[in-house]
Design a protein around this ligand. Structure first.
Ligand code: E4P
Length: 224
């Protein structure tokens, strides 16, 4: 399963990329607004730092304008995937951009049928928003299970990109279901790094080493 980061924060992107954990990035207008600064600079830097797929979202709403915007976004790099919303115009733009060789991520997917249509339109990725589905009292992960099965049934090349992830359990469940990609808020990835028994175990090793040698270690587990 590929791990994407769902952020436009270049500092955090570099932190986790340095650990070899980042297969790609997803952004959206809200994430760019949260990161602050000039969005064009942010998109350029992210596309340069990350070698994997970087989803950059259009803000146009009609298909002609989406295609034009998508072509402009693609100039940030050959790794740019144009993100379009799951609307009739979005799917028309998806088909046109895909036929030009520009990969597309169809976002704001909330149903199985929406994802099937996006795959038919040529999307490289569909992005079901599981956390937002959970928020409505329904089971977001059921949508992932359905899509993984359906895409396998028909040999669709479109990848299921699990979005709106809220906690590490979502990640484990998506992996068990065979989802292609999860895109993670940095806070979720950070939680996945840690376990209390790792810290306790390391503290004990270091304390025993200090007792044995009469000197401490230069490494402190509190930094992990
Ligand atoms: C994915 O591409 C979206 O940007 C993101 O996962 C949405 O997550 P949210 O529901 O936490 O805003």
């Amino acid at each position: 399963m590929k791990i994407f980061l769902d952020t436009a924060d270049i500092g955090l992107i570099k932190r986790y990329n340095d650990m070899g954990l980042v297969d790609g990035i997803t952004t959206n207008p809200s994430l760019l607004a949260k990161a602050g600064g000039n969005p064009a600079d942010a998109m350029a830097e992210i596309s340069d730092v990350i070698k994997g797929d970087v989803s950059l979202e259009v803000v146009a709403t009609d298909s002609d304008a989406m295609v034009e915007e998508g072509r402009r976004l693609r100039r940030y790099g050959d790794n740019v995937v144009v993100k379009v919303p799951m609307t009739p115009d979005g799917l028309a733009a998806c088909r046109r951009l895909s036929s030009e060789g520009i990969p597309v991520n169809v976002t704001l997917i909330f149903s199985t049928n929406q994802a099937i249509l996006a795959a038919k339109a040529g999307a490289r990725y569909v992005s079901p928003f599981i956390g937002r589905i959970d928020d409505t009292g329904h089971d977001g992960m059921q949508l992932i299970e359905d899509l993984v099965g359906i895409f396998q049934n028909y040999g669709f090349e479109t990848q299921v990109l699990v979005a709106s992830v809220r906690h590490p359990v979502h990640v484990k469940e998506a992996a068990l279901l065979g989802a292609d990609v999860v895109t993670l808020p940095p806070a979720v990835l950070e939680k996945m790094l840690h376990h209390p028994l790792t810290k306790i175990g390391l503290d004990n090793f270091l304390a025993d080493w200090a007792k044995l040698t009469g000197q401490g270690s230069s490494y402190s587990s509190s930094s992990s």
